[in-house]
Design a binder for this molecule. Structure first.
Ligand SMILES: Cc1cc2nc3c(=O)[nH]c(=O)nc-3n(C[C@H](O)[C@H](O)[C@H](O)COP(=O)(O)OP(=O)(O)OC[C@H]3O[C@@H](n4cnc5c(N)ncnc54)[C@H](O)[C@@H]3O)c2cc1C
Length: 401
């Protein structure tokens, strides 16, 4: 893999610059055009788009870019345009992939694995037909495959005759944490201010004069974007509250059979599956970590600050039952790694990208709802446009919807 002295060097340079920025900020009040709270996919790409628009930006995070508590903190995320009838997300994913690849090219860091993506569903489910139509309208290459065709092309998978799939050859896997840390290092190296600080929930209404950190410092800017992912209900209990629900997600890496090639990237695609209550998804044997599998079921609440990140029996059992059906050769595979993350679910699984109803200079970007990572670049561009007043806010992303 190309990881990468350059990445590591970039992060070290970013850290040094961050320290000098903090020292400057501690001496007096720094004023920025925009302060962005949260360095996950939504916040980091919003900072990027604002910088592209010539804004002076300060990016702030309590735990660091794509940290282990953050929703963006996993090793891999799917980028796919298969979205059924939700064509806006198909288009945003297509446009975002261009930005992810450009980030990879600028930094010489491996961030995108072009594995292709296989979307599996019952043939009776409109998801497959609608996905095919959306991809056709966007001019994106794709193939509709029967169960038999999937078995011939991708021997790791078993599908029932009642099931089928859409294969997108140009989609794949983003190396998530590495990508966000690369982006933030690039921004800091380019002169963006970075602060490692926890921001207290803003009080009052009207025009927010500044942010207060947990250590009592003030960070002032003309406008503020809160891209706090699953923390948004804590930061804005009245305005967001139950509108964003942090749900536990447990992911498993299964050791592949020795000598087998069926699970390698390039042979096995990244996949998503309309299986069960809420679906399943996973990745081939990226970076030889094992095949990543997650099965979603009934929601289980999680506190992103405090909860232990250890897997639990109900998730293990659901994963085992699914894997025995879908990937028979992995039925008895050992679990070689695990991770516990969380989705930040919003109504209709639509993102929340809107102005705070009580502050005229505060915006909120969140509610990624288990599919936000890939679209960070497009979310960032949207946020920069609405902040500049050059783009109309789309009501589908409103807080009040
Ligand atoms: C297991 C799992 C699998 C997923 N799979 C996919 C996928 O395949 N494809 C896809 O597109 N999406 C996927 N998603 C969804 C996607 O990862 C999220 O929607 C996306 O990462 C959310 O990014 P964010 O920037 O909104 O939030 P986060 O990444 O959570 O970032 C929020 C940041 O805000 C910081 N913060 C919060 N409060 C404060 C405060 N008060 N002061 C300072 N900093 C603060 C946090 O430290 C954090 O870094 C998945 C999610 C999970 C959990």
């Amino acid at each position: 893999m190309l990881t990468t002295r350059r990445t590591v060097t970039g992060i070290m340079a970013a850290t040094a610059l961050a320290a000098s920025t903090r020292t400057m900020a501690q001496r007096g009040s720094s004023t920025y055009d925009v302060a962005v709270v949260g360095a996950g996919s939504f916040g980091a790409w919003t900072a990027y788009a604002l910088r592209q628009a010539g804004q002076r930006v300060c990016l702030i995070d309590a735990y660091g870019p794509a940290n282990s508590r953050a929703s963006s903190g996993g090793e891999s995320r799917i980028i796919r345009s298969a979205y059924g009838a939700q064509a806006i997300y198909s288009r945003w994913a297509m446009e975002s992939l261009v930005e992810w690849k450009a980030l990879q090219a600028r930094n010489g860091t491996h961030l995108f694995e072009p594995t292709g993506v296989l979307a599996i569903a019952k043939n009776s489910d409109s998801f497959l037909d609608e996905t095919g139509k959306a991809l056709m309208a966007l001019g994106l290459p794709h193939e509709r495959l029967s169960a038999g065709e999937v078995a011939r092309r991708f021997p790791a998978f078993h599908l029932d005759e009642s099931e089928g799939a859409v294969f997108e050859p140009n989609s794949g896997a983003l190396l998530a944490r590495r990508a966000i840390q690369t982006l933030v290092a690039e921004l800091v190296a380019g002169g963006m201010a970075w602060r490692s600080a926890a921001i207290r929930p803003p009080k009052g209404s009207g025009t927010l004069p500044g942010l207060t950190t947990a250590t009592g410092e003030t960070i002032s800017a003309g406008r503020y974007v809160f891209a706090c992912g699953p923390w948004l209900p804590k930061v804005f209990p009245d305005v967001i509250g139950a509108k964003v629900r942090p749900d536990r997600a447990e992911v498993f890496f299964l050791g592949v059979p020795e000598g087998s090639t069926a699970f390698e990237p390039g042979v096995m695609p990244t996949w998503l599956d309309q299986y069960g209550i809420a679906g399943a998804y996973g990745f081939p044997n990226l970076e030889a970590r094992g095949c990543k599998v997650a099965v979603d079921g009934d929601p289980v609440a999680i506190d992103p600050d405090l909860d232990q990140r250890t897997v639990t029996t109900p998730f293990i059992e659901a994963m085992r039952e699914f894997v025995a059906f879908r990937f028979p050769a992995l039925a008895k595979a050992p679990i070689v790694e695990t991770r516990v993350c969380q989705y930040e679910m919003a109504k209709g699984e639509e993102y929340i990208l809107d102005r705070h109803p009580g502050f005229d200079n505060v915006w909120i970007a969140g509610g990624g709802s288990g599919h936000g990572f890939k679209n960070g670049p497009r979310v960032g561009r949207y946020m920069a446009q609405v902040l500049a007043g050059s783009g109309a806010a789309d009501p589908r992303f409103s807080i009040a919807r």
